[in-house]
Design a protein around this ligand. Structure first.
Ligand code: ADP
Length: 501
């Protein structure tokens, strides 16, 4: 049962939000000069939350110049890792103090239920703490040398890092890029998705409050094809870190090539397998986890497990249970504390998901449940949808849908499962379900994907906070995120040679 008081409390808080849409450049909130504008729209009811400016060339130049100036002055880049670490820990405190406001901003802008966005902010602040603690433990490497020489391997910051981020976990993904970049001494220009900019703008304020010097973190709003493109083409951006679609990732590689060969870190699309091996008994729990694995955040998760490959003996019992669970799921208002399933982030995304589902249906895919919007739940809701009888080569089994849509397929041997799992142009992540740990270990090493999760729903956040490092493969992109290697990704290798005599 929903608690009506709870509902009032979150809606009341949302009404009281004071929203500042101005960009953060050089340590101050400023009006952008761009003439193009866009609206932030609540996908639950279509209400307009705010109207924002899309940063133009002049604005992008100003943000990059501010980041460059701060970097060159050394107010942050020349601090010791311990000094930066202390400030980042204060940033984590700030995020925790403002967690309800940040969670609420993400929820109203892209529809993530507060039941998801609140814990997500907690995971995000855990990442900030993890990075802050790790950065003080990195060491420079003294090389073996003769008595009259001294040689060192160093890692130095790139300089100006641009971060272009998506709408599916607006604050979390931004932090997962901005914080390692800052930790290593870079200055940053963050451009969040045009669908969900507000929590990132607040992040800029919180960074200042934590003591990150003016100009070190700049946040500009804008449309991908304008502001994002200008950042990616900018001659004075040294490194571009991106999470989003593979189509945009391809463009960014071109822009980097057309401009200054900036370093790239790209986390693009995924079509991740969930492999269920024979011999499991808690089928109710397993069915719940499999559904959660692709319905969480309405399927708008890069590591969503949308190709569900099941040992033939378990196929029918799992299908029955999954359909039962999915039919019992109700989408709801993201600002009700009990809601687990929110809307898709926009009407465009709803149309995209609907089109892909209809096309697969017309190719002969059988829809075991779902396959339609859920207007009763709100403007952009789509029913959790499960396909059967689709060949593995079908576009729905090969292309990212970014909605609560998966396909179920039976296999006969673990070798066949592995072959199917790796039959994808993507290579982002994978989940295995089994009691046979020797087999799990073997398959986990061979399956394509950065994070491989065994017997749990894939969710990279907590393991990043623990220090795990992952890198996508194929059309999912490249560049390490998380852990020590994820910090080094925001640096360049450099060596020093001293002749002492
Ligand atoms: P999705 O909408 O699926 O998250 P996108 O790749 O469209 O994926 O968007 C991710 C981020 O990339 C957003 O911040 C968006 O504004 C930005 N973006 C989109 N198109 C471009 C582009 N041509 N150049 C640079 N950035 C872009």
């Amino acid at each position: 049962m929903q608690n009506p008081n709870e509902r009032t409390a979150w809606h009341e808080q949302a009404r009281q939000l004071s929203i500042d849409t101005r960009a953060l450049i050089g340590g101050a909130r400023v009006e952008l000069q761009g003439s193009a504008r866009f609206d932030s729209v609540n996908p639950q009811d279509g209400s307009i939350i705010a109207s924002l400016v899309s940063a133009s060339q002049v604005d992008v130049d100003a943000a990059v110049a501010s980041a460059r100036q701060a970097f060159s002055q050394g107010c942050w880049s020349q601090l010791s890792p311990h000094q930066r670490s202390r400030t980042l820990l204060r940033l984590a405190d700030q995020i925790e103090q403002h967690r309800e406001e940040l969670a609420l901003l993400d929820s109203i802008e892209m529809g993530m239920p507060v039941s998801t966005s609140l814990p997500d902010i907690a995971v995000a602040s855990g990442i900030v703490r993890g990075v802050a603690e790790r950065v003080g433990t990195l060491s420079e490497q003294l090389l073996p040398s003769a008595p009259d020489t001294l040689a060192l391997n160093l890692r130095v910051p790139h300089g100006v890092v641009a971060a272009i981020t998506p709408w599916n976990f607006p604050l979390y993904v931004a932090l997962a890029k901005v914080v390692p970049a800052l930790a290593m001494g870079n200055s940053v220009v963050l451009k969040p998705s045009e669908l969900a900019s507000l929590s990132c703008l607040r992040l800029g304020d919180l960074a200042l409050a934590a003591g990150i010097p003016a100009g070190v973190l700049n946040v500009i709003t804008g449309l991908g094809g304008q502001t994002g493109r200008l950042l990616a083409l900018h001659e004075d951006v040294d490194c571009l870190s991106f999470t989003g679609s593979t189509a945009t990732g391809r463009l960014l590689m071109q822009y980097a090539g057309q401009s200054n060969l900036k370093a790239l870190l790209l986390e693009c699309g995924g079509k991740s397998p969930q492999i269920v091996l024979d011999g499991l008994d808690d089928l109710d729990g397993l069915a719940r986890a499999l559904v959660q694995g692709f319905v969480w955040n309405s399927g708008q998760v890069c590591v969503s497990g949308t190709r569900i490959l099941v040992a033939r003996a378990l196929y029918q019992p799992l299908l029955d249970r999954m359909v039962g669970l999915m039919e019992a799921m109700r989408g709801g208002d993201p600002l009700q504390a009990a809601t687990q399933l929110g809307p898709l982030a926009s009407e465009a995304q709803l149309r995209r998901v609907g089109t892909m589902v209809e096309a697969a249906r017309s190719r002969g895919g059988r829809i075991a449940t779902g396959g339609a919007p859920d207007r009763d739940a709100g403007l952009c809701h789509y029913r959790p949808t499960l396909f059967t009888d689709l060949p593995h080569g079908d576009a729905l089994m090969q292309e990212e849908v970014f909605g609560p849509v998966a396909g179920l397929l039976a296999f006969d041997t673990p070798e066949q499962a592995l072959q199917l799992a790796n039959d994808s142009r993507y290579g982002l992540s994978a989940t295995l379900w089994t009691r046979d740990f020797a087999l799990a270990n073997r398959m986990a090493r061979q399956v394509r994907g950065g994070p491989v999760t065994v017997n749990a729903v894939a969710s990279p956040g907590p393991s990043y906070a623990m220090g795990s490092s992952v890198e996508p493969a194929g059309a999912s992109g490249f560049g390490v995120e998380g852990g020590t290697a994820g910090l080094l990704a925001y640096t360049r290798a450099k060596s020093l040679h001293f002749r002492l005599a």
